[in-house]
Design a protein around this ligand. Structure first.
Ligand code: ZN
Length: 420
């Protein structure tokens, strides 16, 4: 007997090369069968998915979910249930001094799966920036010791390398991050922004499997130049450095992306979702995925770049609907049309699809709605963003209010005299 059967959707699972109609059966939190025409009588619960897109639960490789623990964090459960993102990789919100808390109070209590890249700075991202100004906070032995105690929760290392985060310390924070990553035998994710340090100097220290995030940002001037990749970017591509989108609030430029795609870069699609990007212009991972559709990628390419490819890049067991895998599943209504999508500089493109998540399962369990907390006082919102948040809160309250009033609306009659 299966616990759940999703019937008749278009199953897109690039990890197993599947794209076509199929049913998906779940037993005991794992995928039990994926094939057309599975017998519904074998399932305790049958969910009709005809007309829907069924994918592996999405893997967002660049997020900030240490909510209550710093400047950037958001609650993953308030986003996961309505977006299909079942695996969240926190990208350096916590370093050695607070990653125990991220593990204990977020990862262990969230319905979504949460893993982390440990920040080379013990301070992590408790503040907006500046975590590498005091090198004493960047102790490789300390970070390695803390990471070792947390086992598979720590899937890599993170360092933001731009002029505001490093202060007077140049490339030294990056050298320490590289040393930590090699010590842990895990990938290093490096954020680039306004230099110095410059992208060419940063990339020179990265190796195969390390990750350059914000790869299609308009901020660094030396990702692309004169309509082509810079020499440093081409060398990094050839050396097997992984490129990650990391959309965020300021790191996505269609013109940079166009050049990279034309030159053979195949970025992983991640949102860099945090307190300042969750209200737009990133919003969530499915929204960022539609921007790659607008840039010309096919739906299977986009799904692959938001499931199995990020899972492999950081070595997490997720991102596929293969039989035996954990039953993390996303269901979308894929609306066809022409939908405007934005970069962060006002560039507008048209996506041929909009991905509206209609159900999200973690280990075969449907995630329930979770309302988002209001933004913290240090996050500025435009009037339009503020009004949208107010409207969402009002709609959420309205949707939760009781509305049935007739005895006939209830499954069992109320027995006379029965009260407690
Ligand atoms: Zn980030």
């Amino acid at each position: 007997m299966w616990d759940l059967l999703l019937r008749g959707g278009r199953v897109v699972d690039p990890a197993s090369g599947h794209d076509g109609p199929a049913d998906v059966a779940v037993r005991a939190g794992r995928l039990a069968a994926v094939a057309p025409g599975l017998p519904p009588q074998r399932a305790a619960q049958v969910v009709e998915a005809a007309g829907s897109l069924v994918t592996p639960g999405l893997v967002d490789m660049h997020t900030h979910v240490w909510h209550g623990g710093g400047f950037w964090g958001i609650d993953p459960d308030a986003v996961a249930w309505r977006t299909g993102v079942t695996t969240w990789v926190d990208a350096g919100s916590a370093g050695a001094y607070s990653i125990d808390g991220l593990h204990r109070y977020v990862a262990k209590t969230s319905a979504a799966r949460v893993t982390a890249l440990i920040n080379i700075s013990g301070l992590g991202l408790v503040a907006e920036t500046g975590e590498h100004h005091v090198l004493g906070h960047l102790d490789v032995d300390t970070a390695a010791g803390v990471a070792a105690r947390l086992g598979d929760f720590v899937v890599g290392v993170k360092a933001r390398i731009d002029k505001n985060t490093v202060g007077p310390n140049g490339l030294e924070p990056l050298r320490r991050a590289v040393e930590l990553a090699r010590r842990l035998s895990r990938p290093l994710m490096v954020h680039v922004g306004y230099g110095p340090p410059h992208v060419a100097d940063i990339l020179g220290l990265l190796g195969e499997g390390d990750i350059l995030t914000h790869c299609a940002s308009g901020a660094p001037t030396d990702l692309v130049s004169d309509g082509t990749l810079t020499d440093a970017m081409r060398r990094a591509l050839d050396a097997g450095v992984v490129f990650d989108l990391g959309h965020g609030s300021g790191a996505f430029d269609f013109e940079v992306l166009d050049v990279e795609l034309a030159e053979g870069v195949r970025p992983i699609i991640s949102s860099d979702l945090h307190a300042r990007s969750v209200h737009g212009p990133a919003f969530d991972l499915p929204t960022v995925m539609t921007k790659l559709l607008a840039a010309g990628w096919s739906l299977p390419e986009v799904v692959e770049a938001a499931t199995v490819r990020p899972a492999r890049a950081v070595g997490v067991d997720a991102g596929t609907l293969a039989v035996g895998a954990q039953a993390d599943i996303a269901v979308f209504a894929a609306e066809e049309g022409g939908f405007g999508v934005l970069d962060v500089h006002g560039g507008v493109r048209t996506s041929p699809l909009r991905l509206a998540n209609t159900a999200t399962y973690v280990a075969g369990r449907l995630l329930p709605p979770v309302a988002a907390e209001p933004p913290p006082p240090w996050v500025p919102l435009s009037d339009a963003q503020h009004n949208a948040e107010e409207a969402r809160r009002a709609e959420t309250r309205g949707a939760a209010a009781p509305r049935l009033s007739r005895p006939a609306d209830f499954a069992e009659p109320f027995p006379r005299g029965a009260s407690t």
